[in-house]
Design a protein. Structure first.
Length: 402
């Protein structure tokens, strides 16, 4: 299998990121935390809290999972008032409708400073048969509505296994979960990965991989810290977010107060966290028929992640990169992506390819590529074609000498 070849090439360790580890989907006991077979050398637990060891969900990698404490601060979070958070479901639905009714009513950008030590739920995964740790790490950031297991969902749907990588985490205060602070958390994490603070390993190459909101964070990293990463992989991403920021996508998910939608998993979360009400909401936002296994949709709904109120009202901090960004970039979308392509990424022209001319204009053409994963929606990682997408990404990185 190509995954093993990649591991032998010494390609990667990957980090999926997420922000309140205790709220993540339950981790099946046979996977993380089950312990590794004797004789398998694992990453060191240095720098981790509550470290556990185990194979990835995909089954092909070995991982250390736990909490990374990351210091980060920003002066550019939007100042959001707790009064903005709807106090009941009718009020939330009404607010979503009125916010996205044109002209969009985003709050006026008054900024506030956030400075804290964030507890990031993460997994660092590497090749199961490696005798020495790889020099390259991929930092994987997920989108809203998912947790870090977006990247390692199940056997056959594990980018972690395809890349063999590490993880991202949910702060307790829904209003501060905004792009500006997440950008700084990612920045700090990359410093920690490079300077040996995590698992006593100094990674010499860092590849940032995002999905959707996570791709927005990677894009912001490239704008604000153009010399930070060695390559960027933007999945579920585009330049026309009309559908993402208008009623279609947001109403499609039927956002519901998380603690009411699933009191068992989210009962003690504050009001500012939302989840799609049903599997149908997930399907409208992330899936495209007939490209997926309905049982995966059922699992996604059972394990759905939250969207924080702050994410909905994050200031936009992406945009075109400066000319001193020179690392390779690839954009990979499901052909039927809804939020960035209204369901057809070839219309009117290839929407993944179009990112180059708008956001990476100064980058050598040879360092940019794009791909549309056939028969797949925004969450192409959860479709039958997922592994063909992983294969495309790994080939892109190989071709770029990474
Ligand atoms: C929900 O909140 C709105 C706005 O605060 C209020 O007008 C409405 O009566 C509340 N509805 C319920 C069922 O409590
Ligand atoms: C590594 O980088 C982090 C974040 O910049 C910093 O806090 C830490 O002191 C550094 N550690 C070492 C060993 O250089
Ligand atoms: C963006 O997408 C919307 C919805 O599909 C479309 O109406 C609009 O023309 C697109 N804008 C551009 C600049 O292509
Ligand atoms: C990159 O370019 C921008 C704009 O030209 C400049 O402000 C910034 O200092 C440069 N950054 C680095 C790391 O050279
Ligand atoms: C998507 O758009 C392309 C380009 O206009 C068109 O050729 C194709 O038929 C469209 N696909 C669907 C399913 O409508």
């Amino acid at each position: 299998m190509f995954l093993l070849n990649l591991a032998l090439l010494g390609v990667a360790a990957a980090i999926p990121l997420s922000t309140n580890a205790s709220r993540e989907s339950p981790i099946p006991v046979e996977y993380y935390g089950a312990g590794l077979p004797a004789g398998i050398k694992s990453f060191s637990a240095a720098g981790w809290k509550d470290a556990t060891y185990g194979p990835s969900r995909g089954g092909q990698s070995k991982c250390v999972s736990g909490i990374l404490e990351v210091q980060a601060g920003t002066t550019h979070n939007a100042k959001l008032s707790p009064d903005m958070i709807p106090q009941n479901q009718t009020a939330l639905t009404g607010m979503i409708v009125s916010t996205f009714t044109p002209p969009m009513k985003m709050p006026t950008p008054e900024f506030t400073t956030v400075q804290s030590i964030f507890k990031i739920g993460a997994s660092l995964c590497g090749p199961a048969d490696a005798s020495s740790p790889p020099a390259t790490v991929e930092l994987l950031t997920h989108g809203t509505g998912f947790d870090r297991f977006y990247w390692d969902f199940a056997a056959g749907y594990s980018y972690v296994d395809a890349a063999v990588a590490a993880g991202h985490s949910r702060p307790p205060r829904p209003l501060i979960v905004q792009t500006p602070i997440q950008l700084e958390i990612a920045h700090s994490l990359i410093s920690l990965l490079r300077n040996g603070s995590i698992s006593s390993t100094k990674f010499s190459k860092v590849i940032a991989v995002g999905h959707s909101f996570g791709s927005g964070i990677v894009q912001a990293l490239n704008v604000h810290y153009p010399t930070l990463v060695d390559a960027s992989i933007l999945t579920g991403f585009g330049i026309n977010s009309t559908a993402a920021t208008t009623l279609g996508f947001d109403l499609g998910g039927n956002p519901t107060i998380a603690s009411l939608a699933d009191s068992q998993r989210f009962g003690d979360l504050p009001l500012g966290y939302m989840v799609p009400a049903s599997a149908q909401g997930n399907q409208i936002q992330f899936f495209s028929l007939p490209g997926f296994d309905p049982s995966i949709l059922t699992q996604v709904n059972a394990q759905k992640g939250t969207q924080a109120f702050g994410e909905l009202f994050s200031p936009m901090i992406g945009g075109p990169v400066p000319n001193n960004y020179t690392s390779p970039v690839a954009v990979i979308n499901g052909q039927q992506d809804f939020p960035y392509c209204m369901g057809n990424c070839s219309f009117p022209t290839d929407q993944a390819a179009a990112v180059k001319g708008v956001l990476y204009q100064g980058l050598d053409q040879g360092k940019f590529d794009s791909h549309l994963v056939p028969n797949a929606g925004h969450g192409w990682n959860l479709h039958y074609a997922a592994e063909s997408g992983y294969e495309w990404i790994q080939k892109f990185l190989r071709d770029q000498g990474l």
